[in-house]
Write a protein that binds this ligand. Structure first.
Ligand code: SAH
Ligand code: SF4
Length: 356
């Protein structure tokens, strides 16, 4: 019998399941504690769970379902993991060190169907969605890696910005977020979790209604429909006006700030005029938005795109600031190890193929 990883259950789901099999609610809390606080990797290590309980768990579930295939460490402390799923698909997860803590960037799909023309992940069409367990296990694997070093380090932040479009797999992503933020478990604070979407406007409404209290980032990357459609196919389905309406709903419903991501691409979206257009587009919501200007990480297959000159980036930033737009320039991590979205996996797959 194929067994799923127990990391895919929320505490409520685990509790109902155990009650169905005649166990008390307290058993679920006990198992949860072993999984997320003591972080054991096999059931027999749950020492105070009785024999029948252990047998029941082992008959139906496994704890770990993905394995580390490859790991790359950067001089700045960034670690990029390549994980192999049960069906041999490969995904990547990145650990980043910041002044404010340790963040993990998780993947939500094998490949991505959104096909943004600057992105390496979009080169691999989606093979399948990740399960909630596979999303949670990426964080657990990174935490186990930290536990092994015995420096008492904890993952403090999670960003859902790896391969895939989270809102194209929203149910599994939301379930996974409920698991990682559960205060009896990993307890990653809601305000330290960020989900990034390419702008599936219909799902932004749903996400607002889920009441998760986590942060939302939206990949805007262009201030006009003409340019956005050219670089992001999703803009044909949800043009900027619809996206802005969904953002307004989200802001009103949650009263949480959002981040607008804007990759600066040389001679494409980085002019003075485009900075003014962007400032005008979001001026009515500037109290609740932050623009995050992102230096482009060049992708071999998309060599028509280049990173903006530093001078253009700073000018763009200044114009936004002059118009009272909150904005920042993203710091880069692990550039010596290809930490850009999708790159490591592409290279690994390429070398696997050439070795065949
Ligand atoms: N699919 C989601 C989340 C994953 S991508 C999304 O698109 O938002 C996370 C972020 O990385 C997005 O803002 C995306 O546009 C950006 N990105 C993709 N390729 C990049 C590259 N080569 N350099 C810099 N940022 C990139
Ligand atoms: Fe998919 Fe995001 Fe890459 Fe676009 S930027 S192809 S949505 S992963």
């Amino acid at each position: 019998m194929h067994k799923e990883s127990i990391y895919g259950l929320t505490l409520d789901q685990l509790t109902s399941w155990l009650i169905e099999y005649g166990h008390k609610k307290s058993r679920a809390v006990q198992v949860w504690d072993w999984l997320y606080r003591k972080r054991v990797t096999c059931f027999p290590e749950m020492r105070d769970v009785n024999k029948e309980g252990l047998q029941l768990l082992a008959d139906h579930w496994v704890i770990q379902s993905i394995e580390e295939d490859y790991r790359q460490e950067s001089v700045d402390g960034t670690v990029k993991f390549l994980f192999k799923l049960k069906d041999d698909n490969l995904i990547e997860t990145v650990l980043m060190r910041h002044k404010f803590g340790l963040s993990v960037c998780v993947t939500t799909q094998v490949g991505c169907n959104m096909g943004c023309s600057f992105c390496a992940s979009g080169l691999m069409t989606k093979k399948r969605d990740l399960t909630s367990a596979e999303i949670v296990e990426q964080v657990m694997k990174v935490q186990h890696h930290l536990d092994q070093a015995k420096q008492d380090e904890r993952v403090s932040h999670v960003v859902v910005m790896g391969i895939g479009e989270p809102f194209d797999n929203i149910n599994n992503v939301v379930n996974a977020l409920r698991i990682i933020k559960d205060h009896k478990g990993l307890a990653i604070a809601e305000k330290r979790i960020t989900v990034s979407t390419s702008g599936l406007a219909d799902k932004i409404y749903d996400f607002a209604d889920y009441n998760l209290h986590v942060n939302l980032a939206i990949s805007l990357h262009a201030p006009t429909n003409k340019l956005r459609t050219r670089i992001m196919k999703i803009n044909r389905v949800f043009p900027i006006e619809e996206l802005m309406r969904a953002i307004d709903y989200y802001l009103k419903k949650t009263n949480r700030r959002i981040t607008l991501e804007y990759i600066l691409l040389k001679d494409l979206n980085d002019s003075r005029e485009q900075a003014l257009q962007l400032a005008a587009l979001i001026s009515d919501k500037r109290q609740l938005t932050n623009v995050n200007l992102i230096p482009y990480n060049p992708v071999d297959e998309h060599n028509q795109y280049q990173r903006s000159e530093q001078e253009s980036m700073l000018k763009f930033y200044d114009i936004l600031k002059k118009h009272d737009i909150n904005c920042s320039i993203r710091l880069e991590h692990g550039t010596d190890i290809d930490a850009a979205c999708g790159q490591l996996r592409c290279k690994q797959i390429k070398s696997d193929q050439t070795n065949r």
